[in-house]
Design a protein around this ligand. Structure first.
Ligand SMILES: *Cc1c(COP(=O)(O)O)cnc(C)c1O
Length: 377
């Protein structure tokens, strides 16, 4: 059994995919070829925002946003304590300081109450200027934007939506990657919408920021490529990846998101009441980058993972370490116990195999493995 079956997906899309790959090779327009602009237009339309600027990966997408806003030394950026390292790494790379915020135990996303507390503490200390909230749509579920937007307005902060895992999610019909003042996503192969290597994109409704993003991604270009008006990056999306994504986006919107939601519903139906199943709040829609259950303790989680592994069932621990506990962030000296939920989740979460092509038989055998383990407890 595969954790995320990308080979199966290729087999389904093979005919169109092979044609797209060879067409790109034959065109020799490897950098900024026609499919790049076409994909950007399709992605912007899908999300429902004015501008999409593609780039080399999801980490660069976040960096491009921070550069566009001029975030740097002395600035505080609020980041969930339970996420992939990138979400905070980009902040430090720009010379700003990440302030870690606890998450909600049910949705795994930024806890709005703790966010307000951490903003208050930062203001009271007076060492850093609060500037940005990086929200993460973890495991495919949009963050609590109704509450976070109110807090951002109150404290005059910008929202940078890290939608690397969230592409395809929704709140009341509004699509993820449209909730931030700037939003980003990643096309790393295992993300909800993945390419055949690295890729990313930035979304915004703001014309001025879109122009800056476009400049920063190509060496801070001005009027033309050899007119350089600011220090930028080399962060373009390959034509080949854009061609791949155009085909994958079609499958994604036509059936993949619906199919993965059917798979998640089947898991929940079978596991509910036996282990803690993921919570999707009323009006929310997830694109299920992960299907993540919670166990009672680290011992139980680790034992279950070992038992499933023996049965040939791959599972993953996303994430084993809270951000504030990462070796790279020891220098921040975050007080012990400042993000208790994130710590608890790192000990108890387990992500199960899920993808749009998973069979009902596979889901059932994963569930059987879990239910047998729980019954023996
Ligand atoms: C994957 C991921 C990123 C980074 O994306 P890359 O394309 O790998 O650079 C950033 N944030 C989150 C939450 C992610 O899951």
């Amino acid at each position: 059994m595969q954790f995320r079956d990308l080979k199966k997906q290729y087999q389904v899309l093979k005919q169109d995919m092979d044609a797209a790959l060879t067409d790109t090779a034959a065109s020799a327009a490897f950098i900024m070829g026609k499919p790049v602009k076409e994909l950007e237009a399709e992605l912007a339309a899908y999300v429902g925002v004015k501008h999409c600027v593609s780039c080399a990966n999801g980490t660069d997408a976040l960096t491009l946003a921070l550069k566009t806003w001029g975030i740097g030394k002395g600035d505080a950026v609020f980041v969930p304590d339970f996420t992939f390292f990138s979400s905070a790494e980009v902040v430090s790379l720009e010379g700003a300081t990440p302030v870690f915020v606890d998450v909600d135990k049910d949705t795994f996303n930024l806890d709005a109450a703790d966010l307000e507390e951490k903003i208050g503490e930062t203001v009271a200390k007076g060492e850093l200027t609060p500037k940005v909230i990086i929200t993460v749509d973890l495991f495919g579920l949009p963050a609590d934007y109704p509450r976070i937007r109110k807090i951002a307005d109150t404290y005059r902060l910008l929202i940078l939506e890290d939608g690397a895992q969230g592409f395809g999610g929704e709140i009341s019909g509004k699509k993820a990657c449209g909730f931030g003042d700037i939003s980003t996503t990643s096309f790393f192969p295992a993300k909800p919408l993945g390419c055949y290597g690295d890729g990313g994109a930035v979304f915004t409704d703001n014309d001025e920021w879109a122009a800056l993003l476009d400049s920063y991604r190509v060496h801070g270009k001005g009027q033309f490529k050899y007119d350089n008006v600011r220090i930028g990056m080399n962060s373009r999306l390959d034509t080949l990846q854009a061609a791949v994504l155009k085909i994958k986006l079609k499958a994604f919107r036509e059936y993949e998101v619906a199919d993965i939601n059917r798979a998640a519903a089947r898991y929940t139906e079978k596991l509910q009441g036996k282990v803690k199943t993921p919570v999707v709040p009323e009006g929310y829609y997830s694109s299920w980058a992960q299907y993540t259950i919670r166990l009672d303790s680290k011992e139980q989680r680790d034992a279950l993972q070992a038992v499933l592994k023996e049965q040939g069932i791959p599972t993953m621990v996303y994430y084993p370490t809270p951000m504030h506990d990462q070796t790279a962030y020891k220098n921040l000296k975050v007080p012990v116990g400042s993000c208790p939920v994130a710590e608890q989740l790192c000990h108890t979460v387990l992500s199960l195999p899920i993808h749009p092509y998973i069979s009902e038989e596979d889901i059932d055998s994963v569930c059987e493995g879990i239910l047998t383990f729980i019954a023996k407890k």
